[in-house]
Design a protein around this ligand. Structure first.
Ligand code: GLA
Length: 371
């Protein structure tokens, strides 16, 4: 039987961190790294999957209503299948050959790219038709309910909707979005610390719980508050006194970050890279000091980037506790930037980093036969 091939990218976030699950704003771009799935129909109601990267094969019955997570890569695939079935879509049995080049565990959304590629493959091969917003939302649910991370919708959304050469300003409440060109001559340099601290998922969920505690506090005082999106910095200084310390600072990060994203989008639209760079620096400080999701390796990479040739702005990106930074760098200085940051990070930390010079890429699609 012939295969159909689907591909979905990872992402890098320019600004707007930990705002997605607070109904706020984010501004990511899809990257050139992606997960590719070759899907072939089967005649039974089984879902077979093989990861070329991990060298493992798994098989599950689609009719198993008691499906629970296995605690490994197959959760992202099976979670999407279970979610589609739970939403009433009847899937065709399939074998999925999976291969990807999104660095794993680096905060570039290898899991979202796997989920979205799986969704496109299963939907395509089963002859179903779902909108991309619906696909992004069900992939997020798969990750929340199956893989155990209480992530927001940013990663799955940008994997679906990314556009070459553009960043995407997303309102995570309405899911309205705007594509904003990244000025010609600017490269996105992703610098990988090569560390991932162990407690990342637990801390991620703890931060979300802190934000929810903040919402409860403000909703008691300001009736229209449903999420931190609805709280202003003026509300925080007026009514924030009753909050315990870490919750106060978590709220200050989210509220100030939302404001920064809107200003950053305007700055990018006007090619005002000085303002954008300033906002990225403020974002990093807020993530380090108030949200407390940075780590020494990320802080070091940002400091080195800010001292390197061609730099326009730099900050940690993604879920934190290791992973990557994003830097906007002038194209004609990018080789010097990469050399200097790479050397100095190696000298200071003893770790050899990876630096990826990228531009914004297109979102998920069928690549064979091309749609
Ligand atoms: C992870 C999550 C996203 C988002 C970021 C932080 O990437 O998957 O939903 O919350 O962290 O901005």
């Amino acid at each position: 039987m012939s295969s159909r091939v689907f591909r979905a990218p990872g992402r890098v976030n320019l600004i707007g961190e930990f705002t997605d699950y607070n109904d706020g704003f984010v501004m990511p771009a899809a990257v050139d790294f992606s997960t590719t799935i070759a899907a072939t129909k089967r005649l039974d109601r089984m879902l077979g999957m093989r990861s070329a990267n991990i060298g493992q094969r798994r098989e599950f019955p689609l009719d198993d209503r008691t499906a629970h997570s296995a605690g490994d890569w197959s959760d992202y695939v099976r979670g999407v299948a279970v979610m589609l079935e739970r939403l009433g879509h009847r899937l065709h049995g399939a074998d999925l050959e999976i291969e990807g080049d999104v660095p794993m565990g680096a905060g570039l959304s290898s899991s979202a790219s796997l989920e979205v590629a799986t969704a496109l493959a299963l939907i395509g091969i089963s002859g179903l038709s779902l909108g991309l917003k619906e696909i992004a939302a069900l992939c997020q649910r798969a990750e929340n309910e199956f893989a155990g991370s209480r992530c927001g919708i940013m990663d799955q959304f940008i994997s679906c909707f990314g556009k070459a050469g553009r960043a995407l300003l997303l309102d995570c409440r309405s899911l309205d979005y705007r594509l904003i060109p990244i000025p010609a001559g600017i490269r996105l340099v992703i610098s990988n610390t090569m560390v991932r601290h162990q407690h990342a998922t637990g801390e991620y969920n703890n931060r979300r719980a802190d934000c929810e505690a903040g919402v409860l506090h403000f909703a008691r005082i300001i009736p229209h508050v449903r999420a931190l999106r609805d709280v202003t910095l003026a509300d925080l200084s007026r009514y924030g006194d009753g909050l315990p310390d870490p919750v106060y600072r978590r709220c200050r990060h989210v509220i100030s970050e939302n404001a920064r994203v809107e200003r950053a989008a305007q700055a990018l639209e006007q090619s005002d890279l000085d303002t954008l760079g300033t906002l990225m620096a403020e974002s990093h400080r807020s993530l380090r000091d108030d949200f407390e999701v940075s780590c020494p390796e990320l802080d070091l990479l940002v400091d080195l980037a800010l001292a390197a040739p061609g730099i326009r702005g730099s900050r940690m990106t993604g879920g934190g506790f290791g992973g990557c930074t994003i830097s906007l760098v002038d194209e004609d200085r990018v080789d010097d930037f990469v050399r200097q940051v790479g050397e100095r990070y190696r000298n200071a930390s003893g770790i050899t980093p990876e630096l990826y010079v990228t531009t914004a890429a297109d979102g998920a699609r069928e690549v064979f036969p091309s749609a």
